[in-house]
Design a protein around this ligand. Structure first.
Ligand code: NAI
Ligand code: 2YC
Ligand code: MG
Length: 264
């Protein structure tokens, strides 16, 4: 699983603010307004505890602090436990936490202790980044969307696009994975040699751990790219040349989606 680095998180606070502004421009919803719409939930003064976890590769510099920034930026009451792991969990409960945020190398979860709701970062990230494209007002009439990367983030995105009645075209370097997804979901394999499928798209979703996965062939002028994938899947050169708008942020957008998934 691709783990964040402190370098990935270095500009996170600016990226969260800038992407919130872009999301608002694109959808007429602020990020939290969009989360409220898609989950039908709302915050109600929940206390959020962030527990640093030492398992696996251990604590990632700035990870807990980035979660705290996100919680506080959206007006919620949050704290990072002084203890890690089990001692941190005990501390969180004793300090009256309503929601726990914690991550090891395999899962980053939000767990609401009051209503028992639980959310997984990869699912919630795929969902919110897909919903940004589905709610982009400039492209409301164009139902075609390209999904690049059919993993633990890309697959929930495919499910979200289908729920939102999009025409989904999928690509992954792992052709077996493409075959699996095409047989399991009513989607089409992206095939530039097939005249019946679009070659280029106004709406592109990318969730891979590679750079340059989005080539000029799939782009239109002013295409919108929504990509949680790290590193960024589209080059600065193509962004410039085709006037592409890119929604990309390393952790906060996905975290807010998780919180709204566990609110009442
Ligand atoms: P995953 O490993 O489950 O899925 C990645 C998929 O991309 C695989 O199916 C793989 O075959 C495919 N792939 C790899 N290279 C490719 C290429 N060059 N072209 C097309 N497909 C390619 O990974 P997961 O968990 O879905 O995460 C994907 C990316 O999203 C990772 O970089 C991860 O760090 C990032 N991520 C970002 C978050 C955020 O909030 N920004 C949150 C969670 C994950
Ligand atoms: O600092 C800590 O508590 C660490 N145990 C956090 C480990 C997070 C590992 N997961 C990731 O880096 C990626 C992120 C994109 C979120 C989900 N997986
Ligand atoms: Mg994010």
């Amino acid at each position: 699983m691709a783990l964040l680095t402190p370098e990935d998180l270095a500009n996170m606070t600016n990226a969260l603010v800038e992407n919130d502004r872009l999301i608002t421009e694109l959808t007429n919803y602020s990020l939290d307004g969009l989360c409220r719409k898609i989950y039908g939930t709302a915050p109600n003064n929940e206390k959020v505890a962030i527990i640093p976890i030492t398992a696996g590769n251990g604590i990632i510099g700035s990870f807990s602090e980035s979660l705290l920034f996100t919680v506080q930026h959206f007006g919620m009451d949050g704290f990072i436990t002084e203890n890690t792991d089990v001692a941190g969990y005990y501390e969180a409960v004793m300090k009256g936490a309503d929601i726990i945020l914690m991550a090891d190398d395999l899962a980053y979860i939000a767990h609401n202790l009051k209503n028992s709701k639980i959310a997984h970062n990869q699912i919630c990230t795929g969902r919110i980044y897909a919903e940004i494209l589905c709610n982009a007002k400039d492209y409301a009439d164009d139902k075609d969307v390209l999904v690049i990367g059919l993993g633990k983030v890309g697959t929930p995105a495919v499910e979200t696009f289908l729920k939102e009645k999009q025409n989904v075209y999928v690509f992954d370097v792992d052709s077996n994975r493409v075959d699996e997804v095409v047989s399991e979901y009513p989607v089409s394999k992206y095939d530039p040699t097939d005249s019946k499928t679009p070659n280029s798209f106004f709406k592109i979703f990318e969730a891979t751990p590679c750079a340059d996965t989005i080539s000029k062939d799939v782009l239109k002028q002013n295409s919108l790219v929504s990509t949680p994938g790290i590193p960024c899947g589209i080059s600065d050169e193509l962004i410039e040349k085709y006037s592409i708008r890119v929604v990309l942020e390393p952790l906060g957008i996905g975290t807010l989606s998780m919180l709204y998934a566990v609110f009442d």
